[in-house]
Design a protein around this ligand. Structure first.
Ligand SMILES: Cc1cc2nc3c(=O)[nH]c(=O)nc-3n(C[C@H](O)[C@H](O)[C@H](O)COP(=O)(O)OP(=O)(O)OC[C@H]3O[C@@H](n4cnc5c(N)ncnc54)[C@H](O)[C@@H]3O)c2cc1C
Length: 454
């Protein structure tokens, strides 16, 4: 028995029954084999795993819910710290705060907070991890009203590179706390997140309308117009998709979530509800939890994924034409081309206030290409790259770290600087202070100064 097993953590090695199940992540393209997987149940297990790996010069990867498309949660030959069994959620309805352990996904965490009619900005689908999403910033249905997920973090418990257990907040280790709110997994292993919560629903107005593809340009133009006058209560996503049923007709849609009173939602959604003749008309009153899980089915676990994303300068007609023409040629009926509208509270936070710098109002383009047949990988990757390249003239400099795929560095540019912009140098300072040897480098890495990088 190793010291890790003696600590009470569950240790898996190649050949163990659960090893293959646990090493797999959401993106079926990722097929890595750690030498050891440490399934932690407590913060002390995490600290023991960090010390164990360092003493043996093993690379460390950190997995919470395994949703990261770049697959940085798992490693070849190193030690994977698996936090997925740590699923505790403690809600204080009077203080309107909640503690979340890193194994929770947004569906699980929302279930705990919505029991009290409370919520915080979380992912647009329910199966994404609270941990990775928050550490990268955290876009979601409530960002117009309450800012990014990271904006609502009150404190975090962190196991640092030397195996110490710290609390980071505005009062304790404020530099580390600043960096955790967008800087990803660069600074330590977060074993608990304390969030501020707000009254949300439980019944809100949400869902989607989809129109025939021949109206796609008008639908994206409608999305642009409605986004220009959007209130904080509302979030909108435009989506080019294919019908899930044969023959997988292409469709253009707008997905909405409005957390204000019903009469206000009715007024603010009137133009979208009244447009054209939708083939799907499903913006209705329903629980916030249902809004959060309404298109989980579009992202099946272990499907093959290749993503590209960038913020846009604007959304001119030429960009819309390019998107509509290219999506019509998309080889997979599971892929989506979507536009997220960043606005409201998320854009009123100063750029330097947290590590996530994306505070300009505007659109983020995301092309999550998804398919199931490995023989179609080259075709789907090529389509995604070509579509993305043709949209290059419309891109703003910023990239959202949580949407970066594995090959960004090989494809030119510096994705990490693009992700952090003006905040990059300060992140390097914090990294140098807390992880001078770059122990936590399996991420979109911010190398420390003068580090002996591996
Ligand atoms: C289908 C799908 C939908 C998505 N929707 C959204 C969305 O609506 N909004 C949005 O903002 N993002 C979204 N994302 C992106 C998502 O935020 C990132 O993939 C995020 O990393 C997922 O978190 P996770 O805990 O599942 O990550 P994991 O894959 O488990 O971890 C990813 C990386 O995050 C770091 N990390 C994770 N947990 C910890 C921890 N406890 N301590 C320190 N570092 C840690 C590590 O570097 C790790 O390699 C989506 C992704 C998918 C696949």
């Amino acid at each position: 028995m190793s010291v890790l097993e003696a600590s009470g953590a569950v240790v898996l090695r190649p050949g163990d029954t659960a090893y293959d199940e646990v090493r797999r992540v959401h993106n079926g393209m990722i097929d890595k084999r750690p030498a050891l997987i440490v399934r932690c149940l407590t913060t002390e297990h995490v600290a023991a795993a960090v010390r164990f790996a360092r003493a043996r010069s093993l690379e460390i990867s950190i997995r919470s819910c395994g949703h990261n498309v770049a697959g940085r949660a798992v490693c070849d030959g190193g030690l994977m710290i698996d936090l997925n069994l740590m699923k505790g959620a403690t809600v204080d309805p009077n203080a309107r705060t909640a503690q979340a352990q890193p194994g929770l996904n947004w569906g699980e965490f929302n279930a705990a907070t919505q029991r009290h009619g409370l919520a915080v900005t979380g992912g647009t689908i329910s199966t994404t991890g609270v941990a990775g999403l928050t550490l990268g910033g955290g876009f979601g249905w409530l960002m117009g009203k309450f800012g990014f997920a990271a904006d609502n973090l009150l404190s975090a418990e962190v196991v640092t590179a030397d195996g110490a257990i710290l609390t980071a907040s505005v009062h304790e280790h404020p530099d580390l706390f600043w960096a955790l709110r967008g800087g990803g997994g660069n600074f330590g292993v977060v074993t608990s997140f304390t969030f501020k919560l707000y009254r949300v629903g439980p019944i809100v107005t949400g869902g989607f309308n989809f129109w025939p593809y021949k109206r796609a340009k008008e639908v994206l133009a409608l999305f642009r117009e409605e986004s220009a006058k959007i209130s904080d209560d509302m979030s909108l996503v435009a989506a080019l998709v294919r019908s899930p049923d044969e023959p997988h007709e292409p469709l253009a849609g707008i997905i909405a979530c409005h957390v204000g009173p019903e009469d206000v939602a009715t007024r603010e959604l009137a133009a979208i509800r009244g447009f054209g003749e939708p083939v799907v008309q499903a913006i209705i009153r329903k629980p916030y939890e249902d809004v959060n899980s309404q298109y989980d089915f579009g992202f099946p676990n272990r499907a093959l994924n290749y993503w590209k994303s960038s913020f846009l300068k604007r959304l001119p007609d030429d960009a819309i034409s390019s998107m509509v023409a290219d999506f019509a040629r998309c080889p997979s009926h599971m892929s989506i081309l979507m536009l997220e509208d960043v606005h409201g509270a998320a854009t009123r936070v100063p750029t330097a206030a947290t590590a996530i710098p994306h505070r300009a109002a505007g659109f983020n383009l995301l092309i999550p290409s998804v398919w199931s047949n490995p023989s179609e990988t080259a075709l789907n990757v090529a389509w995604t790259q070509d579509t993305f390249a043709r949209l290059n003239p419309f891109f703003a400099p910023g990239r959202y770290v949580n949407y970066l795929d594995d090959d960004e560095a090989q494809r030119g540019g510096d994705p990490v600087r693009a992700a952090y912009g003006a905040n990059y140098e300060r992140l390097v300072e914090v990294k140098t202070a807390y992880d001078p040897e770059n122990v936590f480098h399996l991420n979109y890495n911010i190398p420390p100064r003068k580090s002996a990088t591996r």
